[in-house]
Write a new protein. Structure first.
Length: 271
């Protein structure tokens, strides 16, 4: 299939008109997918395109992460994940795009299960902390791999991580509300790691294992004065230092989304 160099990433119908056959263009190559819906019906969630040069600058210059070896091209096999929140004036639905260090789309995070009433409440007030939030971590084809649920909180946050079928993976539990914020990474009630904020504003985090050895790092990247002041966008780079076993790997990947939902979604409305 001939592709123009400026073709945007996204889903495209099969040029031969084959029913239920869709093509995904990631900016570099085509992959084919069979969709179980109506013929020609695109998957509901389309992974957005990214400017590879911009993502690379975000990783190398803003986050200070040097180029590292390429991974397997998935959410759970890449050593660097770039998590960029969709910029909005008011946050009614949390949405993130996930890229590898070269700017290739490898996943997304989408908030699910919100009623219209809940969206209205988020628009007119700052009541997010009293609401339950549920997000799905999806691959580039829109298939969910993890589900994050943050129950309504009063002061401290707790995030439940499960598989799409409901099988528990673990929990991320906020340990304190004053000073440098820390989270415990727990499996079956046992702590297997921690997430430690490096300053009181909770912008950058070190992720450690049960021996207190750093295994990963989350760095918030600056998205510009106007974008920071007038939109909800929060952008992060997650660097994983070495291959991790599950369930620790799944929980570390989940933290890149959890820190934002747990701490920074409570003052997005007009209230």
């Amino acid at each position: 299939m001939t592709t123009h160099p400026n073709t945007p990433a996204g889903w495209y119908a099969d040029p031969q008109g084959t029913p239920n056959l869709l093509r995904w263009w990631d900016g570099a190559q085509w992959t084919e997918h069979t969709h179980p819906g109506q013929p020609g019906q695109f998957p509901q969630q389309q992974a957005p395109a990214a400017d590879p040069a911009k993502v690379q600058r975000q990783v190398q210059q803003q986050a200070g992460v040097a180029p590292v070896h390429a991974g397997g091209g998935t959410l759970f096999s890449e050593p660097v994940l770039v998590v960029n929140q969709k910029a909005k004036l008011i946050e009614l639905t949390n949405e993130y795009s996930v890229f590898d260090q070269h700017g290739r789309t490898i996943g997304s995070v989408v908030q699910v299960g919100q009623s219209t009433l809940k969206k209205v409440a988020r628009f007119v007030s700052s009541l997010d902390q009293f609401m339950t939030h549920k997000l799905e971590i999806r691959d580039a084809q829109g298939q969910p791999h993890l589900v994050l649920t943050r129950p309504a909180k009063f002061i401290k946050s707790r995030v439940l991580v499960t598989r799409p079928d409901g099988q528990p993976v673990g929990e991320i539990v906020q340990q304190n509300a004053i000073g440098k914020i820390n989270f415990a990474i727990q499996v079956n009630g046992q702590q297997i790691g921690a997430i430690k904020a490096e300053n009181w504003r909770a912008w950058n985090f070190a992720i450690v294992d049960h021996t207190d050895t750093e295994i990963a790092r989350i760095t918030k990247t600056w998205e510009g004065l106007a974008k920071t002041m007038f939109t909800t966008a929060d952008n992060y780079v997650l660097q994983i230092h070495r291959q991790l076993p599950d369930p620790l790997l799944s929980l570390v990947v989940a933290t890149a989304l959890t820190v934002d939902t747990a701490l920074k979604q409570d003052a997005r409305g007009f209230g």
